[in-house]
Design a protein around this ligand. Structure first.
Ligand code: M6R
Length: 603
């Protein structure tokens, strides 16, 4: 979703902004722009709809200076257009603002303070920068005007503001939307995430909600909205530039699919010692004290929660309930006496999940975040964190984070089960089983060409498809169908195999692709086989992905079996490849599907 980058100091701002915006591309956007301050002409503002490459093609040599702000916009208020692209300017053009988030009361502000103003576009951001400009016209200093605006504005925001009459400062503030300061020698930066700044610095400073930061080339001063100075230490991020490159891969998604065996091995070394599972005692205790675990997440992370549910229940002896984060903000069910909320989020920034966490904190409900990003908002604001150790995931379609989420929850379940003396936990040698999972994934990855070939006949032209499965395979079917639809635009449903006949089977006609997943035991597999017969009899074009042992000779993709608690990890990998190849064959950009953002920072 929207991305912000800004720099002030002794560097070539244009280069830094453009490289930063390129690094933010993965978050998803539909237009982009930069403002570079320049003493001679007050600065240059360039915006364009479409890719960063389009913006780059519009830059002339006059776009030069050492202070600037840039933005990638994911449209919320108003369509993707040059007028709505950021940065936005105040009425006189003096103030330039970029914003990530949603200002809820922007119409009320417009009515009350800006009745005579004309606007170029439809965004809430334009109202904010006009407000700041108007307050300065009314006699306030820039800082006072910014502060007063922050008091008036309701909603989520990360702001970076430049005054073209004094471009040695970037004014920054945030509430709910992510924003970081990057600390350099003779320059400082501001950015939505560390990845866009890692080329320039690995030293970062967090900003908390409702804090205002004054950034100059030599100083970063943090204050609350009442003007009280706040001490803030910087920290060094352990990000490697090579982690965020594509290497020789054509797409990040393929690279990330391929990284899964090594992620499994990294998790083994992060969460075990000499074969013994090790998880923070305080986290184990928090689970032991809970009478019910509530997993709250969105999209793929929500599906990972399902894939881990049975294992968590079996090993911790505690019921597990799943919640869609965007629903729980408004529609929270009756909770048990001693709930523990578990947030699963690759990015750790998902606004839907965060709103639930904010409420949980208000209610005093303990929480654990399972995330890939240390220091992310959900990690900071929950009581406990378990990291995924998957390395940066750049492709919009989440792959290695999903498998890492299930594996991380397996360590949690096993650690609690061991502490409780649970017999099933005792019999489950997770470290060994996960190393077998890594091997099973490697075996599937070696079949890429044959998977690509099978997909070509099945999905290259279709408009619709179904994934079906039972038990854990049903949960994998949900994730597999999300993966396929989000990048290939094939309308796909993940269905409990036995449920089709209760209505949806009426959609099966000649040639409709049905991809069936079979990893459960013999009896369950036999039922799924029955459901395959039902759709085949109605003309479906069936592709079967089955675990060896349960597979028939005619099945299309065979997966090396793993422990049933972990089968979602090995079974999902062929479906990730199915989505990848179907998308390639349809001539689409695998990494940047339309309308989607990697980090969903608005509710
Ligand atoms: O960062 P999160 O895991 O909280 O993100 C949640 C979803 O937006 C995300 O999983 C989304 O569904 C993926 N793009 C799917 O591939």
């Amino acid at each position: 979703m929207c991305g912000i980058v800004g720099v002030v100091g002794n560097r070539n701002a244009t280069d830094i902004l453009m490289q930063g915006l390129e690094k933010l591309e993965y978050r998803g956007y539909d237009s982009a722009g930069i403002f570079v301050a320049n003493g001679v002409n007050n600065g240059r503002l360039i915006k364009s709809v479409g890719r960063i490459a389009d913006l780059r093609s519009k830059l002339g040599i006059d776009v030069a200076g050492s202070t600037g702000i840039g933005h990638t916009r994911w449209a919320t208020h108003g369509p993707a257009s040059k007028e709505n692209a950021h940065p936005h300017t105040s009425a006189t053009g003096r103030f330039i603002l970029v914003h990530n988030g949603v200002i809820e009361n922007y119409l009320a502000i417009k009515e009350e303070f800006l009745a005579n103003h004309e606007f170029n576009g439809q965004t809430d951001t334009e109202i904010a920068v006009h407000l700041i400009g108007q307050l300065v016209e009314d006699g306030l200093s820039v800082l006072e005007a910014f502060k007063k605006s922050l008091h008036l504005i309701e909603g989520s925001y990360a702001f970076a503001l430049v005054d073209s009459e004094n471009p040695d400062v970037i004014y920054v503030a945030k509430n709910k939307s992510p924003l970081l300061i990057g600390v350099g020698e003779g320059y400082n930066m501001v950015c939505s995430d560390a990845m866009a700044m890692i080329r320039e610095t690995s030293e970062f400073m967090e900003i908390h909600d409702k804090e205002l930061v004054i950034v100059t080339k030599d100083s970063v001063s943090v204050q609350d909205y009442a003007g009280n100075s706040l001490e803030r230490e910087s920290y060094t991020a352990e990000l490697d530039l090579s982690d965020i490159g594509k290497g020789t891969y054509p797409y990040y998604m393929l690279k990330e699919i391929d990284e899964q065996p090594s992620v499994m091995r990294k998790l083994i070394s992060a969460y075990s010692d000499n074969g013994q599972v090790k998880v923070d005692e305080a986290i184990i205790k928090a689970v032991q004290e809970a009478d019910r675990l509530y997993i709250i997440a969105a999209g793929t992370s929500y599906h990972a929660g399902f894939a881990a549910k049975n294992m968590l229940e079996a090993l911790t002896n505690t019921p597990v309930e799943l919640g869609i984060a965007s629903e729980w903000g408004y529609n929270q069910p009756l909770l048990s006496q001693k709930p523990l909320f578990i947030f699963i989020s690759q990015s750790g920034e998902t606004a839907d999940s965060r709103q639930v966490l904010v409420r949980a904190n208000e209610m005093g409900i303990p929480s654990l975040t399972v995330t890939n990003v240390p220091g992310s908002t959900l990690s900071r604001e929950a009581n406990y964190t378990m990291l995924l150790h998957a390395g940066p995931e750049i492709a919009v379609a989440s792959t290695k984070a999903y498998t890492a989420q299930i594996a991380t929850l397996a360590f949690l379940a096993k650690a609690v089960g061991d502490a409780d003396g649970n017999e099933k936990a005792k019999a489950f040698d997770l470290v060994h089983e996960l190393s077998l999972v890594a091997q099973s994934i490697e075996a599937t990855l070696s079949e890429k060409d044959s998977i690509a070939e099978k997909v070509e006949g099945l999905l290259a032209k279709t408009r619709t498809a179904f994934y079906i499965g039972r038990g854990n395979d049903y949960y994998v079917a949900m994730e597999a169908s999300l993966k396929l639809k989000e990048i290939s635009y094939i309308q796909c449903e993940g269905f409990a195999a036995g449920e089709l006949k209760h209505g949806t089977i009426s959609l099966i006609e000649d040639g409709v692709p049905v991809l069936a997943l079979i990893s459960s035991d013999e009896a369950v597999a036999a039922h799924t086989r029955g459901n395959i017969q039902e759709v085949a009899a109605r003309g479906a074009n069936v592709l079967v992905i089955a675990e060896e042992g349960l597979a028939r000779e005619t099945d299309d993709i065979k997966v090396v079996p793993v422990h049933p608690y972990l089968s979602a990890i090995s079974m999902v990998v062929p479906t990730q490849l199915v989505a990848y190849y179907a998308t390639l064959q349809r001539g689409l950009d695998v990494d940047k599907p339309r309308n989607l953002a990697k980090s969903v920072t608005v509710e």
